[in-house]
Design a protein around this ligand. Structure first.
Ligand code: GTP
Ligand code: MG
Length: 137
């Protein structure tokens, strides 16, 4: 069964949207396999975001992700990786479609990094890699 790693980023946790976000994923029919609330470390985020090293938003992204706790979940289901990304909406929350998590709950606040509420793995390989990072082997 396909699995994906979902993060509710510090903006979503701080705004008390964790339950609403998890409910949308469950309502679409995906099953929650693991769930925890953690304060990320810099080391963990450097692994998670290794593909973005050197980009202009990399440092602001790490600082944002360190600004408060995150909720980390594994969801399961047939085609859950693309299904969750469709549910999340495009990266920019200002233009993410209404009906998506980012489109309904988020907008650009004019900060150095887009605070867009959620992360979801973008391929089977990155899902397995990210699940190891956040939950261990
Ligand atoms: P994730 O699910 O978080 O990985 O989002 P994504 O796959 O839609 O975006 P991507 O992996 O390209 O970027 C990771 C995160 O960096 C995004 O979710 C944003 O928070 C931030 N980000 C990405 N691109 C930009 C950008 O062009 N400008 C700014 N300010 N932030 C960005
Ligand atoms: Mg990404």
């Amino acid at each position: 069964i396909e699995r994906t790693l979902v993060l509710i980023k510090p903006d979503g946790v701080a705004r008390n949207l964790s339950g609403s976000i998890l409910a949308r994923i469950e309502s679409k029919g995906y099953s929650l396999a693991e769930l925890k609330k953690v304060s990320a470390t810099r080391e963990l985020l450097e692994q998670h975001y290794e593909e973005h090293v050197g980009k202009p938003f990399y440092e602001p992204l790490l600082e944002f992700m360190l600004s408060g706790p995150v909720v980390v979940a594994i969801f399961e289901g047939h085609r859950v990786i693309e299904g969750f990304r469709s549910l999340a909406g495009i990266t920019d929350p200002t233009t993410a479609a209404p009906g998506t998590i980012r489109g309904d709950f988020g907008r650009d606040w004019g900060l150095a990094v887009q605070q867009n509420l959620v992360h979801g793995s973008d391929s089977v390989d990155s899902a397995e890699r990210e699940i190891k990072i956040w939950f261990g082997a």
